[in-house]
Design a protein around this ligand. Structure first.
Ligand SMILES: Cc1cc2nc3c(=O)[nH]c(=O)nc-3n(C[C@H](O)[C@H](O)[C@H](O)COP(=O)(O)O)c2cc1C
Length: 308
């Protein structure tokens, strides 16, 4: 079965050998997962969020397990975009698969600056703009919760990186995700990924303290899959550009469910911590499951949900 998919955006295209991508922050910079499978077999991988300057992230504890998921408040720890381009990027298999940069900034100007730096980096095939991080004091999810701000950031990145495939990553922590999606589409992005984590918290009864030093964190994993499916379905109906589904995916069945509600590709996140070889396994599992379910192609399945 041919799993190849072309994401056709408003001004750029991205060719994937299959719809399996890995989600930012859950797959390191790719190399950490090389012992578990062939990185070049993936449709692509999205590196940990990059900022203009190095960031230490939040104090610990920054991660806690929850029922069917996890909470994190890492706070976008990273060594900065320059270090990444100089030290990490040359080691990545950029000729064999799509390496996608996820970017975070606390102002529109900084977003544009980051996009402009990566525009001149041919080894990066696409940018994913994170306007949905719940774990930082400035910017983050605030950009993604306001349709005008979301459009403003998107437009600035579009202008700064006209030749990159531009993905905007949306937050589920909003009243009307379809409205935000239409607004970033109107600002020129090529693709939308949804969802980032849901805001949540965990507490310890004995100490009467929050489990995370940051008190609030982002919930991810199987617990959020129904929310992610709902968001992808609503967004896919509202926009013309392709949508990438993210949230709680742990099996080929989950992947096909996201495609059924309209996704063109998917990202595997928290499942990488549970089973580091999972993203590689899914590529083999999807054709087998399609055969079992009499699905002849992903194109035939995409968006074919019957609702009446
Ligand atoms: C530890 C951790 C770190 C993350 N870091 C980022 C990040 O840097 N940028 C980003 O856009 N999303 C980040 N995310 C969100 C994931 O990319 C993904 O959107 C979310 O976890 C939902 O997918 P999942 O349920 O499959 O994990 C992070 C998630 C986790 C669990």
């Amino acid at each position: 079965m041919n799993l190849a998919v072309t994401l056709s955006g408003q001004s750029q295209k991205l060719e994937l050998k299959n719809p399996i991508l890995t989600a930012s922050g859950t797959f390191g910079y790719g190399l950490e997962f090389a012992p578990f499978g062939d990185l070049s077999s993936l449709g692509g991988f999205i590196v940990k969020g990059l900022s203009l300057k190095p960031r230490l992230g939040n104090p610990g504890p920054r991660i806690v397990e929850t029922t069917a998921g996890m909470l994190n408040a890492v706070g976008l720890q990273n060594a900065g975009v320059e270090y990444f381009c100089r030290e990490t990027l040359p080691k990545l298999p950029t000729n064999q698969t799509n390496v996608i940069a996820n970017i975070y900034a606390s102002s529109v100007e900084e977003f544009a600056e980051l996009a402009a730096i990566l525009e001149h980096e041919p080894r990066i095939k696409a940018l994913e703009v994170n306007i949905s991080c719940p774990n930082v004091r400035q910017g983050g999810v605030l950009f993604g919760q306001d349709a005008k701000m979301a459009a403003h950031v998107t437009k600035a990145c579009r202008q700064a990186a006209p030749n990159k495939f531009l993905i905007v990553k949306l937050s589920p922590n909003v009243t009307d995700i379809a409205y935000i999606a239409q607004s970033v589409e109107g600002a020129g992005c090529d693709c939308i990924s949804c969802i980032n984590t849901l805001q949540g918290m965990s507490v310890d009864l004995k100490s009467r303290r929050p489990m995370l030093a940051n008190v609030i964190g982002g919930l991810s994993g199987p617990a959020i899959k129904p929310v992610a499916l709902r968001c992808v379905w609503q967004v896919a109906k509202a926009v013309k550009i392709p949508v990438i589904g993210v949230g709680g995916i742990t099996s080929a069945r989950d992947v096909l469910e996201f495609i059924l509600v309209g996704a063109w590709a998917i990202q595997v996140g928290t499942a990488n911590f549970m089973r580091p070889q999972i993203s590689f396994e899914l590529i083999k599992d999807i054709p087998l499951l399609c055969e079992e379910l009499n699905i002849t192609s992903l194109t035939e399945l995409r968006g074919s949900l019957k609702v009446s």
